[in-house]
Design a binder for this molecule. Structure first.
Ligand code: ADP
Ligand code: ZN
Ligand code: ZN
Length: 739
């Protein structure tokens, strides 16, 4: 026997409320999560539609009292049904509950009332109104006469405004309404994130020959019977955005709709303005600062077909368009496309699935594609389109890599190397701008040697060890531990330790070194208040400062034409993150950063300071040589069986009771070993997660590696069941994650 949990009303606040039904024998093989079914409902047993959110072989209550569902509807007809099917796919793929998946995918339809605006309009022709006004005036109904005259001039008046400005009360308006002279109407007004109405419209630029050629390749792919997703690999400043715009325009002209994903950090006022300029009121924009109501309104407009283009971060992927024609993912490599919450979906994979389901096209672009996407492009799963030159053949900046070990040898202990100091001085003399950044991303207390540059690494996993409060050095993949060292095991130097400087200290050093320079700082601390992020960016863009110093957030997707110098203070910070992808992140960040320099007419320069100047990720970034980086990095992934050479599933468990967590994880590890034996799955850990304890909640993680994704999927499903039926896991929170 199979029992199905079914929700009848698919509104957000009722998602947790499901009813269990028996599945008829003949439907057992067919029924699946997310399907639309018909059920007898309520006392009258009226037939209603419901959605399957859970399937089980155990009844939740007395079977004799349980109703049987009627049948399965041919599903995926409406937008909502397709989104529910998408949620079911996400649940299976990433491991979460169906309710969590539904909450991710469906617009929030809860107690947010649409705002309404009332208007007064004339309900008679002009001549009749003239006559009425004259009558009212002679009859000393001055206020009413004033209203009619105002309406003769403007046709439609805002109710609130009219009552205020014309000094009108309801008792003035009501008689006019009663006699049918005027009408009070209500328009729904949407809560708008940005008012785009006063932004002047712009023509799309003409494409250059190279861009045109790339566009043709994409259109050619679209003519195929089953078009593949397209990956545009274009150097920074090659005009990928121009190509997206043409594709959007073409799709909208075909009567279809478009979702454009952009990393949150690049969703600045400038970006939004450009979209409104090109597409006017066909566009809407989402961002995480919108209230639930504003978000819901934008989804509603999309559903009604009032807009054709939705621009936003990851979650914009679930815009309920009914005629979706195209999904664009800009800066495809960005980490923010991966959700941190359950279901931990990746926007690229999910977009691929949605596009396939709705017969829509998918176009991704980046100057530094993720290894996953580029591998798929190489394997022919994606169509690869290249843009190898910058717009107008503007030269790429000249890049110098500074060896910080040499600086130390020469007695310079400052965080500014001599070359970087001179370079900044030169900008100040010429009135040009500099951007200096510290890439602390993923920074987790590694220990490295300032003389030879080496970081202490795990002998098994080849990632940096992390220093813990207890003084031990720990690997976050396999749990390997070793005591702290006083001297570098490689060269014997005593200059070994963590990197301490932060953006604030760098700002101080800059102010001291260049007392006349105007310095702006942008990091987590200075951007916490609303609008501060935009304010710093625009004041730097208006050249109100000479130097912008900050974290990696300052080098993402901004276009400052007067910047001719970009400096990476310590490229190694991200290189030593305790993560197998740290070289990829470093390469991407440095390449993007270098690409920020010299975007205007003046040629640019970039300086990368590093203790590892020969590392391939730094060398390749300096030369903007993606291919060279890809080859080296893939060799490492293959050697170590890291994705995309293999697949990796992590099982993350957290709980308040450390003992219980340890026990639970050991059981899980044993269970996984047992069921995965015949597949020869590589099981690593359990180890403490990279952040082992947050707010007194302990976290441990187990990694599974295998070449075949389906094997991991199977193990995940079995593990989910195992956790469900064993009460020992009740007090632990367990999440799955594919990387
Ligand atoms: P990417 O997204 O590849 O980094 P952009 O699309 O932002 O590049 O283009 C870089 C710069 O070159 C922008 O300032 C853009 O306005 C300009 N540009 C690129 N292509 C054209 C074109 N065909 N016509 C006019 N300006 C262009
Ligand atoms: Zn050393
Ligand atoms: Zn290890």
């Amino acid at each position: 026997m199979i029992y199905a949990d079914i929700i009848v009303d698919i509104s957000h606040e009722k998602l947790d409320r499901s009813f269990q039904y028996r599945v008829p024998k003949e439907l057992e093989a067919e029924i699946q999560l997310g399907m639309v079914v018909t059920i007898p409902f309520g006392n009258g047993n009226h037939e209603r539609k419901g959605y399957v959110t859970g399937l089980s072989d155990k009844p939740a209550f007395d079977i004799s009292k349980m109703k049987e569902l009627h049948g399965i509807c041919s599903s995926e007809e409406t937008t909502e049904e397709r989104l529910i099917a998408l949620a079911a796919w996400m649940k299976n793929r990433y491991g979460s509950t169906m309710v969590q998946a539904l909450k991710t995918v469906l617009p929030v339809r809860e107690k947010v009332k649409a705002k309404e605006k009332r208007y007064i309009v004339l309900n008679m022709d002009a001549a009749a109104a003239e006559q009425l006004a004259a009558e009212l005036e002679s009859g000393r109904c001055k206020a009413r006469a004033r209203l009619v005259r105002a309406l003769l001039k403007e046709k439609k008046l805002d109710y609130t405004k009219a009552s205020r400005e014309l000094g009108m009360t309801a008792s003035v308006i009501r008689p006019l309404v009663d006699q049918g002279a005027v009408l009070v109407t209500q328009d729904e007004v949407y809560r708008m994130p940005v008012d785009g109405s006063d932004i002047p419209r712009e023509q799309l630029s003409m494409l250059t020959e190279t861009q045109e050629a790339a566009l043709l390749q994409i259109q050619e792919e679209w003519k195929q019977e089953t078009p593949r997703p397209v990956l545009i690999h274009g150097v920074t400043g090659s005009g990928k955005t121009q190509i997206y715009m043409k594709l959007i325009q073409q799709t909208v002209n075909e009567g279809k709709q478009v979702i454009v994903l952009i990393p949150e950090i690049a969703l600045t006022y400038q970006t939004v303005r450009r979209f409104y300029g090109w597409f006017g009121d066909k566009v809407s924009v989402l961002n995480s600062r919108l209230s639930q109501g504003e978000r819901y309104d934008q989804f509603k407009r999309a559903k009604r077909g009032e807009i054709q283009i939705m621009v936003g971060p990851r979650s914009a992927l679930f815009t309920p368009f009914s005629r979706l024609g195209l999904i664009i993912i800009d800066e495809e490599h960005e980490q923010t496309y991966k959700s941190e919450n359950s279901p931990r979906y990746h926007a690229r994979e999910t977009a691929e699935y949605r596009a396939q389901m709705e017969n829509a096209r998918l176009v991704m672009g980046s100057a530094t594609p993720s290894l996953e996407a580029y591998t798929k492009a190489k394997d022919g799963e994606y169509r690869l389109v290249k843009l190898e030159a910058r717009y107008e053949d503007r030269p790429l900046p000249e890049v110098t890599v500074v060896d910080l070990r040499e600086e130390l040898k020469n007695g310079n202990r400052s965080i500014l190397s001599r070359s970087l100091k001179t370079a900044v001085e030169r900008r100040l003399e010429r009135g040009e701008q500099s951007v200096l950044f510290l890439n602390r991303r993923g920074y987790a207390g590694f220990v490295s040697c300032r003389s030879c540059g080496e970081a202490l690494k795990c002998p098994h996993c080849d990632v940096a060890l992390t220093e813990h409060n207890n003084g031990k050095l720990v690997c976050h993949y396999c749990g390997y531990e070793q005591p702290r060292v006083e001297k570098c095991p490689m060269c014997g130097s005593p200059y070994i330790g963590g990197f301490k400087a932060g953006t604030q200290q760098i700002e101080q050093v800059l102010r001291k070194t260049f007392p006349k320079a105007r310095v702006l700082r942008m990091d987590y601390d200075t951007t916490r208040t609303k609008g501060s992020y935009e304010k710093i960016l625009s004041s730097f863009a208006e050249h109100k400062a000479d130097i912008l110093v900050g974290t990696q957030m300052i080098v993402k997707g901004h276009d400052f034409p007067d910047v001719t110098l970009v400096g990476a203070i310590a490229a190694d910070l991200s290189l030593n993150a305790a993560d197998y992808r740290c070289a990829e992140r470093t390469f991407q960040l440095l390449t993007q950063a270098v690409g920020r320099s010299g975007r205007g007419r003046k040629a640019g320069e970039a300086i990368i300071q590093s203790y590892h100047p020969d590392h391939y990720s730094i060398q390749a970034a300096a030369k903007q040589d993606y291919e060279a980086f890809y080859q080296e990095e893939m060799a490492y992934r293959m050697l170590m069986d890291y994705p995309p050479a293999a697949h990796m599933l992590s099982v993350l468990a957290s709980g308040e009771d450390e003992k219980l967590l340890e026990q639970g994880m050991d059981y899980l590890a044993k269970f996984v070993e047992r069921i995965s034996g015949k597949y020869r799955v590589h099981v690593i850990g359990p180890a403490y997660a990279s952040v082992g304890k947050v707010n007194d909640i302990y976290r441990k993680v187990l990694y599974l590696k295998h070449k075949d994704e389906r094997v991991l999927q199977d193990i995940k499903n079995k593990t989910e069941k195992y956790i469900e039926v064993n009460s020992g896991f009740r007090k632990l929170y367990i999440q799955f994650d594919y990387t």
